[in-house]
Design a protein around this ligand. Structure first.
Ligand code: AMP
Ligand code: ZN
Ligand code: FE
Ligand code: FE
Length: 283
């Protein structure tokens, strides 16, 4: 293959994607991918099914996760690749995040139900039950005809300034990077420039994260602004960071299409070399 297509950020129904891990693998094959990473929010529950579904297809599966973290009040997502899924520190921390995602979603629905005809049962019916989030609340609002799409819900009712938003528990970004690195994984900051030139982290924090084991930056992502990308590219060069590009596919839950951004084989090699938890699996 002249240009193997490598997409290192995709969600399944284990979190807020709309396709099962098996369906995600099929979609990856249809998109002509050489390599896909399954990166559900705060869960590795889709790993085995994805690897099984890829068996015999030639598709390479990178086992990963998108860890929810925070920098003060701001949400920061850290992609972790090829870490040990049984790590004694990471396992309880992701369980804590998922537990709090559940109570937080229930509390948000409590607020919402004062103004809209939506119940907690509606939301539970939309979730795969592992890692729940606002997208499942959005799906319940769509099912009730209150909004037309997830995106419409996120732009209005579920927006963090929409009046119903509540945060969920998450480690600091520094602790998150440490957890992934200590579990043998390669940490990469997801979509770091969704806020424009004001990247989610400042340069001083970046240096701290690199010292803690940060490997790369996801610069190719539809939500990074052009101004933000320019800053990130400068930092990547200066600190010799791995640069990735990925779709952040959520099935029908988001407009993002597989392979709309991709990662170079060299960058993937560096991620694999940095990790010592589990190996890539080629089906
Ligand atoms: P939460 O982590 O529960 O606060 O929900 C945030 C998640 O919702 C993000 O990780 C996105 O993957 C997803 N999301 C954000 N914006 C949208 C949108 N416009 N449409 C669908 N999903 C979205
Ligand atoms: Zn998501
Ligand atoms: Fe994210
Ligand atoms: Fe994501």
């Amino acid at each position: 293959m002249a240009h193997p297509l490598i997409d290192l950020h995709a969600h399944s129904s284990v979190s807020d994607g709309t396709e099962t891990p098996t369906q995600l693998i099929r979609a990856a094959l249809e998109a002509g991918l050489d390599t896909i990473a399954i990166t559900d929010h705060d869960s590795t529950a889709g790993w085995d099914e994805a690897v099984t579904a890829a068996a015999g297809t030639g598709l390479q599966v990178i086992r990963g996760m998108e860890l929810s973290t925070r920098d003060e009040w701001r949400s920061v997502h850290v992609l972790g690749y090829l870490f040990n899924p049984n790590d004694g520190d990471l396992v309880p921390e992701t369980a804590r995040i998922r537990d709090d995602r559940l109570t937080r979603a229930e509390r948000m629905v409590g607020r919402l139900s004062e103004d809209f005809d939506v119940t907690w049962q509606d939301v539970l019916a939309q979730s795969g039950g592992v890692s729940i989030g606002r997208p499942h609340i959005a799906d319940a609002l769509v099912a009730r005809g209150i909004v037309r799409t997830r995106s419409e819900a996120f732009a209005s009712i579920l927006h963090f300034r929409g009046g119903y938003y509540l945060p969920h528990a998450a480690p600091t970004v520094l602790d998150g990077v440490r957890l992934i690195a200590n579990a043998g994984g390669a940490p990469v900051i997801a979509h770091p420039a969704t806020r424009g030139a004001d990247a989610v982290i400042d340069e001083r924090m970046l240096v701290t994260l690199i010292d803690a084991g940060l490997v790369g930056l996801e610069i190719g992502h539809r939500e990074n602004t052009d101004a933000g990308r320019a800053t990130l590219e400068r930092w990547a060069e200066k600190y010799d960071l791995v640069v990735t590009g990925s779709s952040d596919y959520h099935g029908e839950g988001k407009p993002n299409r597989l392979a709309e951004y991709t990662t170079s084989p060299d960058a993937l090699e560096r991620i694999i070399a940095a990790a010592r938890g589990v190996k890539p699996v080629r089906g």
